[in-house]
Design a protein around this ligand. Structure first.
Ligand code: FAD
Ligand code: NAD
Length: 498
């Protein structure tokens, strides 16, 4: 460990010396601990808060459980066009109860695992790395030869909002604890969290208004896809994009002798008009930030950039330069997604013990993200601005609209657009961006193609079953091929495909 030399007094206070300390027991930390435990016995894992991971407790799983309920309601409420008339009654208490019941089910597996780990290797508390490079936690002072930092990220709340909104403020940490569905809700932030939750609550009958300071959703970087996403989503979501929130707060209102607190948001809309929203809760989804600065990470010789991202991070292994420090998962703010946290933790746990054969020493995972709104939003590989920045990459854009695509129309989910960025020189896919039905599957197929270096011909040689939404992918691939002027298959038009 590259630590400043210990003072005598610091050495005297050391309560244990270990070869590996893992800080943070989320997905990345637990994977790291499990792997490192295979070859090391003197290892410790330190965690503050729940040991059942952000994903299960307040992240991926409860959000998808809420979306599952919302989708049921949406189907039932939007079937009249098919001649199917249903009357829905949404039991908000049961909706929230199921979210928590199923969450407990998923959490039970993790709990069981964590409970099987020796008690003396688990420390429940907040770790801090002091100036000597030693870990302070509870009453312990730990000298770890190597450290894996897997401390995740936490909700970012704009300055002062927590005090001003008080009990009317919700975040993804608290929203799944609601006992019933609210009547009205403002969601601030149209990133993945904001979009998924705003649409789910809307579908469950909550009066939702979504705010975002830019005219962009899900951070989409391809303008055409962004515009299409706004078009598809605005069919059911009230969105104020490009609005500037000036102030937030609460006021007391008396309804039938029953004092109530309501929240308000003062904002300037995209036309510059001063406006106000009022309602029951404000769900803040304005991003997440890693928390490594508060950990005292600089005391290990790790340098941070102006966004608190570690410099000299190996994105293959999570190692920081040649330090005995690995920063993995959301903590390194590289790609804050579950599958990345999982892989990075696994690799670091092996690498730190010199077990390279079991680590994923392979090219870093391809960028790949899915937002589970409806239609889904997917990005794979390079973004359009990244491609445009590199003059060497001669690219074409193959496209397909899902507005009139056969199976999408059959299913009544026909809104969307897919752009595939193809490289003329290599006949390979550089990346893709889309909003549309079945986007999660289309995204996986494109990710497989890029990862395995398949060319457009390889892709088009693959059978596409009829009638599927995935036939839309073939149409976009043919468009790429056509624009590259590679003579191969006939080029049909979108209309020919059904
Ligand atoms: C609402 C929501 C929905 C999401 N949906 C998806 C999705 O659908 N798909 C997807 O891929 N990703 C999703 N994510 C992101 C995904 O959950 C994270 O990328 C992933 O959980 C990060 O795992 P991690 O191990 O890095 O951190 P975490 O699981 O957050 O673990 C970090 C742990 O470190 C602890 N800790 C922090 N500081 C200290 C300290 N100083 N001392 C001791 N312990 C400390 C924390 O308390 C925590 O227990 C979602 C996130 C949210 C919030
Ligand atoms: N399906 C998924 O994979 C999934 C789902 C949820 C979360 N996540 C992960 O969680 C991370 C955090 O998600 P997120 O949605 O909170 O963050 P984000 O950074 O993706 O989006 C935040 C949004 O809030 C807006 N914003 C910020 N400050 C604002 C303000 N003052 N007023 C109005 N708008 C404001 C930003 O413009 C942006 O659109 C994501 O990066 C993602 O990695 C993933």
């Amino acid at each position: 460990m590259n630590k400043p030399s210990n003072t005598d007094s610091a050495e005297q206070k050391i309560t244990r010396t270990v070869s590996v300390a893992v800080i943070g027991a989320g997905t990345a930390g637990q994977n790291a601990f499990r792997q490192a435990s295979k070859t090391r016995d003197d290892i410790v894992i330190i965690n503050e808060g729940f040991w059942t991971t952000t994903c299960i407790q307040v992240g991926c799983m409860p959000s998808k459980l809420l979306i599952a309920a919302a989708d049921r309601a949406h189907e039932a409420n939007h079937s009249a066009d098919f001649g199917v008339h249903a009357t829905t009654q949404i039991d908000g208490k049961r909706v929230m109860e199921r979210v928590r019941e199923e969450r407990s089910h998923f959490a039970s597996y993790i709990k069981k695992q964590v409970e099987s780990w020796p008690e003396d290797k688990k420390i429940d508390g907040r770790a801090y790395i002091n100036q000597q490079g030693l870990i302070e936690v509870n009453n312990e002072l730990i000298d770890a030869k190597k450290i894996i930092v897997a401390t995740g990220s936490s909700t970012f709340i704009p300055d002062g909002w927590a005090d001003k909104l008080g009990a009317t403020l919700l975040t993804s940490d608290t929203v799944f604890e609601l006992n019933d569905l609210p009547k009205s809700l403002a969601v601030v932030g149209a990133g993945a969290i904001g979009l998924e939750l705003a649409q789910a609550f809307t579908r469950l009958g909550v009066e939702v208004t979504l705010f975002n300071r830019v005219k962009r959703v899900a951070g989409l970087k391809d303008d055409d896809i962004n515009n299409k996403a706004i078009d598809c989503l605005s069919h059911e979501l009230t969105m104020h994009l490009g609005s500037d929130i000036k102030d937030v707060g609460t006021r007391h209102t008396d309804t039938q002798d029953h004092p109530e607190q309501t929240a308000f948001i003062n904002y300037e809309d995209s036309a510059g008009e001063a406006r106000q929203w009022q309602g029951e809760y404000v769900l803040v989804a304005t991003g997440r930030r890693n928390t490594i600065k508060q950990l005292g990470i600089e005391n290990l010789g790790v340098e941070l950039d102006d966004k608190n991202r570690p410099k000299n991070l190996s994105i293959k292994t999570g190692q920081i330069g040649d330090l005995n420090v690995y920063i993995v998962g959301d903590a390194n703010a590289h790609i804050p997604l579950l599958h990345v946290a999982s892989d990075e933790g696994y690799s670091a746990g092996n690498m730190i013990c010199g077990n390279e054969k079991d680590a994923y020493i392979r090219p870093p995972a391809l960028p790949f993200s899915i937002v589970f709104c409806s239609p889904q939003i997917v990005n794979v590989g390079m973004s359009l601005p990244e491609i445009q920045q590199d003059p060497e990459l001669e690219y074409v854009i193959g496209r397909v609209s899902f507005d009139n695509q056969g199976r999408s129309r059959v299913m009544g989910v026909n809104c969307g657009l897919l752009h595939i960025y193809g490289c003329k020189k290599t006949d390979r896919i550089l990346g893709a961006s889309m909003i549309g039905p079945d986007a999660e599957y289309i995204g996986h197929i494109l990710a497989t193609a890029i990862t395995n270096d398949l060319n457009i011909k390889d892709m088009l040689d693959t059978p596409f079953y009829h009638p599927t939404i995935l036939e839309g992918l073939r149409t976009a691939l043919r468009d790429v091929q056509h624009k590259m002027e590679i003579p191969y298959q006939y080029h049909d038009t979108q209309e020919d495909s059904f």
